[in-house]
Design a protein around this ligand. Structure first.
Ligand SMILES: C[S@@+](CC[C@H](N)C(=O)[O-])C[C@H]1O[C@@H](n2cnc3c(N)ncnc32)[C@H](O)[C@@H]1O
Length: 192
């Protein structure tokens, strides 16, 4: 994403050092050691990919911003990185035991979020979990809520919209946890 090339140097000064770590580790905890986890819109890898790598998981990092991936490469030199688009994940079907996407999906329009769901679902193994963040907007209508943050557009939708989006792409929304003012974590799971 071009906007993130422009803010790649600044981003670490703004990004919370712990946000999303506990949630990502909780997602991974039931998985076998060395499971392969896709980080969709990985950014610079700190702190979430970093925590998963340190816990022994094999993280594959996907991001569309060359600038963010430059930082990722420096932060986590051993982890495989791929520059690509979440709407067209460039991996074979069923390649991953789990996927996470922190702070990424809401940059996409509703139609593009649907493409990203379809794409992530395709590369997950049956039964694999997918944890993503959005916002819990109780009273948003189907059109959701659109705004800008740091010059980047975001689109938030209500929980039922995410539930429907997941279901339309072979996944079930199994849990929603709100960290008020920080993030809302949506845990979904690909059908077995
Ligand atoms: C707010 S940052 C979050 C980065 C990281 N996940 C974190 O938690 O710190 C959003 C990231 O999503 C990436 N991104 C946005 N749209 C994307 C797309 N369509 N495909 C892949 N990455 C995308 C941006 O380049 C950026 O690195």
């Amino acid at each position: 994403m071009r906007e993130y090339d422009l803010i790649a140097d600044w981003f670490p000064t703004d990004r919370g050092r712990t946000v999303g770590v506990a949630e990502a580790l909780a997602l991974a905890a039931p998985l076998p050691a060395h499971s392969r986890i896709l980080d969709v819109g990985c950014g610079n890898g700190v702190p979430v990919s970093e925590a998963l790598v340190n816990a022994g998981y094999r993280v594959v990092a996907l991001d569309s911003s060359a600038g963010m991936l430059d930082h990722f490469r420096r932060n986590l030199p051993g982890a495989p990185i791929v520059r690509g688009d979440a709407r067209r994940c460039p991996f074979v079907g069923g390649a991953f035991d789990a996927a996470i996407s922190m702070g990424m999906l809401f940059h996409l329009s509703r139609a593009d979020q649907a493409l990203a769901f379809a794409s992530v679902s395709r590369v997950l193994k049956p039964g694999a979990p997918f944890l993503f963040t959005g916002a819990e907007i109780e009273d948003a209508d189907d059109a959701g809520i659109t705004g800008t943050m740091n010059g980047v557009t975001f689109h938030y939708y209500a929980v039922p919209s995410y539930r429907m989006l997941a279901a339309e792409h072979g996944m079930e929304l199994v849990d929603v946890q709100d960290d008020p003012g920080v993030a809302t974590y949506y845990l979904s799971r690909k059908s077995s």
